[in-house]
Design a protein around this ligand. Structure first.
Ligand SMILES: C[S@@+](CC[C@H](N)C(=O)[O-])C[C@H]1O[C@@H](n2cnc3c(N)ncnc32)[C@H](O)[C@@H]1O
Length: 458
């Protein structure tokens, strides 16, 4: 810095003392505005002025994690905590990094430190409850959610989390009733909490209070006639004609809003196994992993499939309609390329491009499968494999149905017919449980099919 060298030393010193606070303020504003590049530059400027400035270390640590450099983030926050060991927010944020990196025990210790410094830190209390739930210490988790609500009866997140807890672990209708009450309360204290409203509708339907569920969506639509979520959910509850596929706006709205908590919700729902079950089934038909395949993760979400198929891939591409989910996948890493795009259009635009297309828990947002499976066939090279999961519709004569969760269920015979008519062979469908919902196992199909070599196809 040329300016500094021309100033007398004591002036330079005074200037740096005065300036660091202003630069830190600018850094925080840039960080809040999601301008991470500027924020990082400014935090580092503060640290040039004051090497051990704890706030700059702490928030730079948070930023590094947001950019996928979690180890660096942990180190920076630990350094900040050596300087200011009783900083509850820093302990809480360090816990969040551990939580998001799948280290719930370390996260728990951090949240407990935060609460030791500030017993009424609601955020840390809610996070503690979540990581106890993740570790399946359900009694302790229930107590921790209860403590949060006792501390902060107007905390919408607390009511929402308690509602999810009761629904995820429901052992009786009474738990579902209590869960619906929590969602209602979350929405009452914060009318912007639309995820609470959606959760309320789904729970009322699970309680067989169908009219009330429809009314929740009708009221929501009356307030927000352009919102695709209540429109889709009303159809899912039989209150309007079902679309043949969840429309793009609904998927975007749902998953963009969900991206931050998606992994946390899945972590808590330990029975979500679609990526693992699909990868295991593919392992039976693919040659041993030798890093030679061009692979598409279709509907990649936050990227849970990437580590499971990476060893097979020369090139691993993830595609998803939700920019929020793709951003999370980018942070998780493992892909050579990620794209925000609608799946059928993406497949249609990439003929003969892939040796493997896999899609975990994504075609459940498609009703009729003809177009997307034809596009997948065209995007595969001869001998390439397609693997996907669906929710299973057993019995009845219909091809598929939309369910009150907003997803579709498909009949096995329909899936077999569409795959055969689109030119696939060697179709293998096995039943499995892919997740639990409202205390019940959700039955699914794990489907594999191969595009035949050209000689066989003709
Ligand atoms: C339940 S998540 C599953 C994500 C990931 N495959 C996993 O198993 O963790 C479903 C994903 O499908 C995406 N999706 C749904 N419909 C889509 C479409 N038409 N085109 C692209 N992505 C879609 C959603 O945005 C969401 O990220």
């Amino acid at each position: 810095m040329a300016m500094r060298t021309v100033l007398p030393q004591n002036v330079a010193l005074r200037r740096s003392v005065r300036d660091f606070a202003g630069v830190l303020q600018q850094a925080l504003c840039a960080h809040q505005a999601d301008d991470l590049e500027t924020a990082e530059r400014l935090y580092r400027e503060v640290l040039d002025l004051r090497a051990a400035q704890p706030d700059a270390l702490h928030y730079l640590g948070v930023l590094c994690h947001q950019q996928g450099r979690s180890d660096e983030g942990v180190e920076l926050i630990r350094t900040a905590l050596k300087i200011t060991p009783r900083h509850p927010d820093a302990h809480n944020n360090l816990g969040n990094i551990h939580k998001e990196c799948g280290r719930p025990a370390e996260a728990e210790a951090c949240y407990r430190h935060a609460l030791a410094c500030a017993p009424d830190h609601h955020n840390a209390q809610g996070n503690l409850a979540v990581v106890l739930e993740v570790q399946e210490r359900l009694d302790e988790a229930f107590e921790a959610y209860g403590a949060l609500l006792a501390q902060a009866p107007d905390d919408a997140r607390g009511h929402y989390l308690m509602g999810l807890f009761l629904r995820n672990h429901a052992q009786s209708m009474e738990h579902l009733e209590q869960s619906a009450e929590c969602f209602r309360r979350a929405f009452a204290v914060d009318p912007r909490s639309l995820r609470a409203l959606e959760a309320l509708g789904v729970t009322l339907y699970a309680l067989k209070r169908h009219d009330e569920a429809r009314q929740v969506y009708r009221d929501w639509l009356a307030r927000e006639p352009d919102n695709p979520v209540p429109r889709h959910m009303l159809a899912a509850c039989g209150g309007a004609e079902a679309p043949s596929r969840a429309d793009d706006a609904y998927v975007r709205e749902l998953f963009d809003g969900f991206a931050d908590s998606f992994d946390e919700q899945l972590l808590k729902n330990l029975d979500y196994r679609a990526p693992q079950v699909l990868a295991a089934a593919l392992g039976e038909v693919l040659r041993p992993a030798d890093g030679t395949l061009d692979v598409l993760d279709a509907g990649c979400g936050t990227g849970l499939c990437a580590p499971l198929v990476r060893a097979h891939a020369r090139n691993l591409v993830g595609v998803d309609l939700s920019g929020g989910m793709v951003e999370k996948a980018r942070l998780r890493g493992g892909y050579d390329d990620l794209e925000v795009a609608e799946l059928t259009s993406y497949l249609q635009a990439h003929p003969d491009a892939y040796d493997l297309v896999l899609s975990a828990d994504t075609l459940v947002y498609f009703g009729r499968l003809e177009d997307v499976l034809a596009a997948a066939h065209a995007a595969l090279r001869p001998d390439g494999w397609l693997g996907f999961t669906l929710e299973a519709m057993e019995g009845g004569t219909a091809d598929l149905e939309i369910t009150p969760s907003g997803r579709y269920r498909h009949a096995r015979r329909y899936v077999e017919d569409v795959l055969a008519s689109r030119g696939f062979r060697d179709v293998r469908i096995q039943g499995d449980t892919l997740r639990r919902e409202a205390g019940h196992a959700v039955a699914g199909w794990v489907v594999l099919a191969q595009r035949p070599s050209d000689a066989l196809a003709s």
